[in-house]
Ligand binder design. Structure first.
Ligand SMILES: Nc1nc2c(ncn2[C@@H]2O[C@H](COP(=O)(O)OP(=O)(O)O)[C@@H](O)[C@H]2O)c(=O)[nH]1
Ligand SMILES: [Mg+2]
Length: 299
């Protein structure tokens, strides 16, 4: 963070130079490219920090997994099976579970928060159900969606509107593998080309290990996460870091579109303030003065 601030302040000093000598060439052609790649590196630093903050959030609150799918597909049974104890009510009357229930499980030492959504995302048209603001919110804040379907039916219900949730990692689950219908299974697989469908029996427990492995891999792809990859941040700090990325993007746009350097100075000034706000430090008077000078010069 200190290095990031130092880089921003150095950049600000150069913007100051541009403002003082507006006829100077440094901004043209080569100069401009160099600026953009420097800002790129700063953006990468901020994005790496954002990723660490996101990991911190996950360690604290768990990876949020929503169990969705049509009524009677076995969502509540699967929820209980993953927990290893009964928590949600299971019946053969469709639509039994009324409210969402949340419980945490550990997979390879990481917390995953499972939500049996019942009633929320329990609809043949997932999108239709998701239109309800509350449901939308629920799905929006989830990290992964387990889409449970009943493979024992010759024509299993497969929710529509999945494209709408494209941004989410959806893991298709063909449940009731113990009594699966060959055609039902094929239908499910065909609807998810390129995505492996996980076959489980929530009732017998078959395939559950593969399902938890899939959950883990869907979230923690890439190299193993170490404590150095984790940054804990308050909601406010998370906001600052998002805004900081926004300012750097604005700065980059401003430079590449050849906007006046005064505007660069404003983005930089904001960025420096946000870094300081993130770390909770007071800005040194000299830095403040410099920022102030930037805003005034050329106006
Ligand atoms: N044979 C079999 N039955 C299951 C399986 N999973 C759930 N069921 C049954 O399917 C019915 C509906 O299950 P439930 O979990 O309440 O479905 P939900 O509406 O999606 O929450 C119940 O009678 C369950 O016992 C499974 O893997 N195999
Ligand atoms: Mg249920």
């Amino acid at each position: 963070m200190a290095a990031l601030k130092a880089d921003l302040v150095a950049l600000a000093a150069e913007v100051e130079a541009v403002l003082n000598f507006p006829d100077d060439d440094i901004v043209r052609t080569d100069g401009k490219k160099a600026w953009i790649s420097r800002i790129d590196r700063l953006r990468e630093t901020v994005m790496a920090l954002e990723a660490k903050v996101q990991q911190g959030q996950v360690v604290r609150e768990g990876v949020r997994v929503v169990i969705a799918g049509p009524p009677n597909a076995g969502k509540s049974t699967l929820f209980n099976a993953l927990l290893g104890r009964p928590r949600a009510i299971v019946t053969d009357i469709p639509g039994t579970t009324r409210d969402a229930i949340e419980e945490g499980i550990q997979i390879k030492g990481f917390l995953f928060t499972l939500a049996d959504t019942a009633g929320l995302v329990e609809s043949t048209t997932l999108l239709e159900a998701a239109m309800a603001a509350k449901t939308r919110e629920y799905l929006d804040k989830s990290d992964l969606v387990l889409l449970v379907m009943d493979s024992s039916l010759p024509d299993p219900v497969i929710p529509d509107g999945l494209a709408e949730l494209k941004a989410k990692r959806i893991i298709p689950v063909a449940n009731k593998a113990d009594i699966s219908h060959p055609r039902g299974l094929k239908t499910i697989q065909q609807r998810f080309p390129g995505t492996p469908v996980v076959r489980v029996s929530a009732l017998t427990g078959a395939g559950l290990e593969q399902l938890t492995d899939t959950l883990y891999q869907a979230y923690f792809t890439g190299p193993a996460i170490t404590p150095a990859d984790i940054v804990y941040a308050t909601a406010e700090q998370q906001q600052f870091i998002r805004q900081l990325r926004g300012e750097l993007e604005g700065l980059q746009g401003s430079v590449s579109q050849g906007e006046p350097a005064e505007l660069w100075a404003e983005h930089l000034g904001q960025a420096i303030r946000l870094v300081a706000a993130f770390t909770g430090e007071e800005l040194a008077p000299a830095v403040l003065e410099r920022l102030f000078a930037q805003f005034c010069i050329g106006k």
